[in-house]
Design a protein. Sequence first.
Length: 348
Amino acid sequence: MTYRVGIIGCGGRGKGHAQGYKASSDVQIVACADPIGESRWAFQEEFGVERTYKDYQDMLENEALDIVSVCTWTEFHAEMVIATAGKGVKAIHCEKPMAPSWGAAKALYQVCEDHGVMITFCHQRRFEAPYRVARRMAHDGTIGQLYRVEGSCDNLFDWGTHWFDMFFFYNHDEPADWVMGQIDVSSERTAFGIPLESAGISWVRWKNGLEGVLAAGDANLQGAANRLVGTEGVIEVYAKDQPPVRVLRPGAMTWKAPKLTPEDGAERDGTVQSVLDLVDALKTGREPELSGRRALRATELIFATYESSRRRARIRLPLTVDDSALLTMLEQGKIGKRKGGRRKENMA
């Protein structure tokens, strides 16, 4: 069987997904949709797509698709995923973050569950060699017992979703127990239209005892993008001006850099692999590596951090509010440059 694929959003991420579909002999990209003519026509020429649509709804109505990639800005994900899930597709591969609010993220996931649609989100770093090698060393005795993971990035939402997902990846997807965090909004920043904190920190405890720290914005941690701390050593991933992965053990005079092999994914593109994994999961019936269930767990940590800042308290999971505390507090004028007065624009 050849799966019929449609792609919503013909920009950079849409092209990244298309490269994955082109690498599979089990699929054919039959259509794409984008409101910008130049984008969809260029996409059509590059990937040999037969039909293009200005309105994604028309594509869903006309093409009898099996798989749809949603590669648009975050604010459109819920609407597009929900509409797609109701059109008889078998699978959806969506860009991250899931949605602007916790309630919207849960809603789009539940609709896919209700319709029997396999949904994945492109946390593609799970397929990239440095992170896979770091996880292996964290559990093969190289650094003893893993007890803390750390991450540093630009923001908790658009980039932080990757690091929260990697924390779960390093911990074999064990469930988290609680979150305590704080955010500062001293400047107006956005990622693809969604307001961000200017600085944030999230402290997470997993039910198996692992602890995690994610620092973002102008309060980020110095040194490595990821750090895994064990009882007998430290692993760093993407430390500045250093090899992609390095490890330091007690008594060692220098850091050691393990070799990244093809078996680890050294020669694979993470986004391409994310698509190939989805296609294989669809064929075999297994859970895909980037499943919506796993993405939902990482997403919960984002909004639990915002909620902790709003309540000034530790948040026990599962998270019981549906909004984004950051967006609500901005709208209410409780944080940000307009603190003390309500924002005029609708932040819902």
